[in-house]
Write a protein that binds this ligand. Structure first.
Ligand code: G6P
Length: 367
């Protein structure tokens, strides 16, 4: 079937807007609301025997792995290692018995990730894949296919595949936790409820599109942009910086908020916008105090938080983006939306080719 942009100016914007539907569609194949459970497809191995997890991916999918590390360690208490597919193979990784090897890939064809998957299989590791293209090489080769139902993604910079991958990663974390006897039914019921709320929360996040567009002009003139986050929002800061680099060609870096004072704070002046991703929750105060350190040095902050967080942070930010109140653990799925929209509108303001950025390919099938 021919895919078109509908009423949208770019595929990327269309795909950003598809997220409430495709994330709901993806969640639907994992959530069992009547039983208040999160299920995975049938598998021929026993998740309770898993003792460690190794996640391998490239690009945006790699950040899904990093967020997955927070979730799996937190819920299942299993040690998780995350690696770039291109590094994994060549460092002769130590793959102990009872490792679950997980690949994350939109296309299912990225050469490095496919090679990493084959390496794990050849080492006797049981593998699972969070994959969007069901007919892809990876989808055919993993022991357990955990599909995302994002539909075809045309924009080179991944958006809807990312949030769908996170939804599936959450399902994997919950299933590992239950298999390891780490999750009581009450907790699982809560998680099901929080995940069920995600599509509506994404919708609420999309409602801030015009506001984000209005602030894009200022950021478009920056030479460097910094993104800060903590905990599961740290990988989202990395993803925000990647998106901006990919499509607007502005140099951007993501940093763990607490690490800013060990380097990037030296870069800060009134010309470096600082995008702070800080949902209210246990890590909020720490991130805000890092933000204040930067503001004391002239940083122009765009704060992304919920109503409670924005009220608590004071009004020193040059701009704020208000997100719906969500559980801190699922915040990265919802906060991905303003991060994507910001990159998109900055790129449009700069007049770059949003759907086909220079030098990049949708699927990198060479090493
Ligand atoms: C390319 C794309 C990225 C994507 C990465 C991994 O670099 O431009 O958007 O995240 O490949 O692709 P995959 O298909 O394996 O998720």
């Amino acid at each position: 079937a021919l895919i078109d942009k509908g009423n949208h100016r770019h595929f990327m914007l269309k795909e950003i807007y598809e997220q409430p539907v495709v994330v709901a569609q993806t969640l639907r194949s994992y959530l069992r609301p009547l039983e208040e459970k999160v299920a995975l497809p049938d598998m021929e191995f026993d998740l309770s025997s898993v003792e460690r997890v190794t996640i391998v991916a490239c690009g945006t999918a790699y950040y899904v792995g990093m967020i997955g590390k927070y979730w799996i360690e937190r819920f299942a208490r299993l040690p998780v290692e995350v690696d770039f597919a291109s590094e994994f193979r060549y460092r002769d990784p130590v793959l102990l018995a009872n490792t679950l090897g997980v690949v994350v890939s939109q296309s299912g064809e990225t050469a490095d990730t496919l090679a990493a998957l084959r390496h794990m299989k050849a080492s006797g590791v049981t593998t699972a894949g969070i994959i969007n293209v069901p007919t892809s090489s990876m989808a055919r080769e993993v022991d357990l296919l955990m599909p995302t139902h994002a539909g075809p993604e045309i924009g080179v910079a991944s958006t809807k595949a990312f949030t769908c991958q996170l939804a599936v990663m959450a399902a994997l974390a919950v299933n590992l936790a239950r298999a390891k006897g780490r999750l009581d039914p009450d907790e699982e019921r809560d998680i099901v409820r929080h995940l069920t709320e995600v599509p509506a929360a994404i919708n609420a996040a999309l409602a801030h599109d015009a506001e984000i567009e209005a602030m894009a002009g200022t950021i478009a003139s920056a030479r460097d942009v910094l993104y800060l986050g903590r905990g599961p929002d740290y990988p989202l800061a990395l993803e925000g910086a990647l998106k901006l680099k990919e499509i607007s060609y502005i140099h951007a870096e993501g940093y763990a908020s607490g690490e800013m004072k060990h380097g990037p704070i030296a870069l800060i002046d009134e010309h470096v916008p600082l995008i702070v991703i800080a949902p209210s929750g246990p890590l909020f105060d720490k991130t805000v105090s890092n933000m204040h350190e930067a503001q004391a040095r002239g940083a122009q902050v765009v704060l992304i938080s919920d109503a409670q967080g924005l009220a608590a942070a004071g009004d020193d930010a040059v701009a704020t983006i208000e997100m719906p109140a969500v559980h801190p653990l699922i915040a990265p799925i919802v906060y991905a939306v303003p991060v994507q929209l910001l990159a998109y509108h900055v790129a449009v303001a700069k007049g770059t080719d949003v759907d086909q950025p220079r030098n990049l390919a949708k699927s990198v099938t060479v090493e």
